[in-house]
Each structure stands twice: as structure tokens, then as C-alpha cells.
Design a protein around this ligand. Structure first.
Ligand SMILES: CC(C)(COP(=O)(O)OP(=O)(O)OC[C@H]1O[C@@H](n2cnc3c(N)ncnc32)[C@H](O)[C@@H]1OP(=O)(O)O)[C@@H](O)C(=O)NCCC(=O)NCCS
Length: 218
């Protein structure tokens, strides 16, 4: 005989035996969903307010967490696609350049994307915590103080479906091809020739592997 709430030794609940355990788990699921929805719509409200007060274009479904910062210092623009996530402590700062973030990009805690010479981030890019992308260089001729020399501004392009591990540095003039993985702690120089789906790591970054597993590192 099926007793309410009883589960057989094989883990199957007999038909019609919807006991208190099931009701509790349904209530828990509903509560969790309500909590998730409240958090989502709270964050959306914060995002819309945040973007409106800073003149930043933001697509639908994007979430900017409290504690993320965006600054159009010295001019430039910030455009952000849909369904992106900007975590606490992350920073976008134009310094006169244009920053364009495509759809479904995530920027984790305390990562910094500067604009200077222009920055493009492709769809779906994942940028882990404490990464810095900086599209500018000071002039370093010996006959003039550094602060008096013009900055070099070449710009940086990060392809779509790129994953940058924690603590990566990307320097001015770099182009990271679609699908690349940049290993934690790597420094990407503009001289690095990246191929789609390559895995690059080290200081300076070199090819260490490939997402296409049959390819040897070269
Ligand atoms: C790059 C990564 C994904 C591993 O890629 P992989 O292709 O599986 O690499 P493997 O572990 O097989 O290592 C391949 C080679 O790369 C080297 N390598 C791996 N990670 C490295 C790193 N961060 N820096 C330098 N070299 C690295 C390995 O030592 C190995 O070298 P070897 O062939 O001389 O022994 C991983 O090491 C990494 O850096 N992950 C980032 C983690 C992170 O930041 N997470 C944040 C979550 S958002």
C-alpha cells in the first residue's frame, strides 16, 4: 500500500503518494524563483538607472551590479550590448576613446577595460577577475620626460567567444582572434599573432595549446 510521502527503496515515489516532502520542495522552489526574480528585476532597475545617469547605452537584459563603475573621462563613448554582466568592482573608463562591448559579455570583479585608442569586445567574451585591457602607451623617448610625450593609441580588438583568465593584461595594438583562451596571468603583446581557438599563456603570451585538441602547440 502506498503511504503518503513514502519513497520506495529503489527511490521511486509510488503514484499518488505526493507527501509533505514534495509539497515542501515545491514551496522551496517557488520561494527560490521569487527570490531570483526579485534579485533580477532589482538589478535591472539598478542597471537602467545607472546607464541613464551616466549616458551609457545598454542593451536589454544586461546587468550592472552595484559597485561596477563606468566613466566617460576625457570624452569617448560606451556602448554595451544585451545580456551582459558587469560585476562588483569592474570598471570601464573611456579616456577619450570608444568602448564597444557586444552581447553576452561578462566582466568579472575588479577587471578594468580602458578606451584610449578604442576597444572592441566580441560577443560572448568572458573576462575573469583582475584583468586589465589598456589600449594606450606612453612615449618613452629618453630626451623628454614621459609625461610630456604624446601617447600612442592603436586600439585593441577582442574577438567573440574569447575567455580571458584571471589577471590577464592586454596591451595596446593587440588583436585576440575569435574563440581564443588567454591563460591566467598572461601578458598579451601586440606582436602576438593569435589564431582562432588558440590557447595562449605566459609573459609574454605564447601559444600553449588549442581548443581544437588535435592541434599541436607551435
Ligand atoms: C589555460 C587553461 C584554461 C588551461 O588550458 P589547457 O589547454 O587545458 O592547458 P594545460 O593545463 O593542458 O597546459 C598546457 C600547457 O600550458 C601551460 N599553462 C597552463 N596554464 C598556464 C598559465 N596560466 N600560464 C602559463 N602557462 C600555462 C601548462 O603548464 C602546460 O605547459 P607544458 O605543456 O609545458 O606542460 C588554464 O591553465 C587557465 O589559465 N585557466 C584560467 C582559470 C581562470 O582564470 N578562471 C577564471 C574563471 S572566470
Amino acid at each position: 500500500m502506498a503511504i503518503k510521502g513514502q519513497v520506495r527503496a529503489d527511490g521511486v515515489r509510488p503514484r499518488g503518494a505526493a507527501g509533505p516532502a514534495v509539497k515542501r520542495s515545491l514551496a522551496t522552489r517557488i520561494l527560490r524563483k521569487v527570490r531570483r526574480d526579485l534579485r533580477y528585476y532589482g538589478l535591472r532597475a539598478h542597471t537602467v538607472w545607472f546607464a541613464a545617469t551616466r549616458g551609457v547605452k545598454v542593451g536589454k537584459g544586461t546587468l550592472i551590479f552595484p559597485g561596477a563603475r563606468m566613466s566617460k573621462i576625457g570624452g569617448g563613448t560606451i556602448r554595451i550590448g544585451s545580456y551582459c554582466v558587469f560585476h562588483h568592482g569592474s570598471l570601464l573608463a573611456t579616456y577619450g576613446g570608444d568602448i564597444h562591448i557586444s552581447d553576452r559579455v561578462s566582466l568579472n570583479d575588479y577587471s578594468i577595460l580602458y578606451g584610449h585608442g578604442g576597444l572592441e569586445v566580441g560577443e560572448g567574451a568572458r573576462i575573469a577577475a583582475h584583468t586589465v585591457v589598456i589600449p594606450s602607451n606612453h612615449g618613452i623617448d629618453a630626451d623628454e620626460p614621459i609625461w610630456m610625450q604624446p601617447m600612442a593609441l592603436r586600439g585593441i580588438v577582442i574577438g567573440k567567444d574569447v575567455w580571458m583568465g584571471t589577471g590577464v593584461r592586454v596591451l595596446d595594438g593587440s588583436v585576440i582572434a575569435d574563440g581564443c583562451v588567454i591563460a591566467a596571468g598572461a601578458v598579451v603583446l601586440p606582436t602576438l599573432q593569435t589564431e582562432p581557438m588558440g590557447i595562449y599563456g605566459g609573459v609574454p603570451a605564447r601559444k600553449i595549446s588549442s581548443r581544437i585538441r588535435s592541434q599541436d602547440p607551435s
